[in-house]
Design a protein around this ligand. Structure first.
Ligand code: IPM
Ligand code: MG
Length: 372
């Protein structure tokens, strides 16, 4: 047993050193890039697995229609990124193969189809790797149900918490295993600032800080404290503390839920509750997701690669709405607000009605070209 303990302790020391080094890098981060003022914007398009290539192809067609003048003029470049497939990742034994990552880093923003995540084993999810490698610390997920007055936006911490060492737990075989959860000061400050700054810029009056600080006393306890320190820089915006369990209940309480505005949460709670919230809006197929960092930003569907749709031969019927909502967030991020509004208007008015992805995209493009 002792040798297992020794090796686990040695591994823990390495993890601590690595995480301290990451903290140092965050403290000395380069100034943020201004995505609204790039002379040329390169949009990398990653197909992904399962239904990914189908919805990605149709979303690209819609983007090409929206941006045709800028693409012709060269101020926007759509760049396909090959090789982020489960087959290639398994063959190379890398969650995101080096050459793919290098290509990704030549882009400013990315539109990414869903990628398959192997369960168990040691291979990390491609999403988690990309979020870490590109330091995409804010996972921003809006959910709206206008007829109920629901207008929520979730700021999920996206680079630490339960995820950062999620593939690096320790095990004493046949006896026990442990995973690690990490909360850092700069990592929490930057997501808290993103949430409170959003609240300020958009006239929101309250931010719900959602943790389980009564149980995860170190990590969630500090997360909540640091968020309150940041909140003090934003007078007029109320910082409310909520526990994740009761918050999941409140989201289905029709008497109170519309009063929430901005949510700020650690990684795993944010993962779980944003699926719940998306379901209230009409399903995970309807919600877009932005992964924002200071140098890169990645926009993706909130759902997975739906392998069952492919297995049952229904892949062509995949709904590209979630990826297109993400594309609209991408357009806003690069200050193409008018184009984003056109896309949102098309998505709000063109019914989906069980079409193939291609037929649906055809009708969206028709609607967009009519309004352009
Ligand atoms: C999400 C997804 C990912 C996550 C998976 C695919 C790794 O569920 O973006 O919410 O857990 O973050
Ligand atoms: Mg999720």
């Amino acid at each position: 047993m002792n040798e297992y303990i020794d090796s686990a302790v040695a591994q823990f020391r390495t993890l601590l050193e690595e995480q301290l080094a990451r903290t140092g890098r965050m403290e000395n981060a380069a100034p943020a890039k201004d995505f609204t003022a790039l002379p040329v914007v390169t949009i990398g398009v990653i197909d992904g697995d399962g239904i990914g290539p189908i919805i990605s192809k149709q979303s690209t067609r819609v983007l090409e229609a929206l941006l045709k003048d800028e693409i012709a003029a060269g101020s926007v470049v759509l760049k396909p990124i090959e090789g982020l497939t489960i087959e290639n990742r398994l063959a190379k034994g890398e969650a995101v193969p080096k050459d793919v990552l290098n290509e990704v880093k030549t882009c400013d923003v990315l539109l990414k189809g869903p990628t398959e995540t192997p369960k168990g084993g040691t291979m990390e999810s491609a999403n988690v790797t990309l979020r870490r490698e590109l330091d995409l610390y804010a996972n921003v997920r809006p959910v709206s149900v206008p007829e109920e007055g629901i207008d929520w936006i979730f700021f999920r911490e996206n680079t630490e918490g339960e995820y950062v060492l999620g593939s690096r737990g320790v095990e004493i075989p046949g006896k026990l295993c442990m995973d690690f959860k990490v909360t850092t000061l700069p990592g929490t400050k930057r997501i808290a600032r993103a949430a409170f700054q959003y609240a300020k810029n958009n006239g929101k009056k309250s931010v719900a800080i959602v943790t389980k600080a009564n149980i995860m006393k170190k990590t969630d306890g500090r997360f909540s404290e640091i968020c309150h320190e940041v909140a003090a820089e934003y007078p007029g915006i109320e910082a409310e503390d909520w526990y994740i369990d009761i918050m999941t209940a409140k989201l289905v309480d029709t008497r109170v839920r519309s009063r929430f505005q901005v949510f700020l949460l650690p990684n795993l709670y944010g993962d779980i509750i944003t699926d719940e919230a998306a379901q209230l809006q009409g399903g995970v197929g309807t919600a877009g997701s932005a992964n924002l960092g200071d140098q890169y930003a990645m926009f993706e569907a909130i759902h997975g690669s739906a392998p069952r749709m492919i297995e049952t031969g229904r892949g062509d019927y995949a709904n590209p709405s979630s990826l297109l909502r993400a594309a609209s967030m991408l357009l806003r991020h690069i200050a193409r607000t008018d184009k984003a509004a056109l896309l949102d208007a098309a998505l709000d008015t063109v019914p989906h009605g069980g079409d193939t992805a291609k037929d649906f995209a055809d009708r969206l493009i028709e609607d967009i070209e009519y309004r352009l």
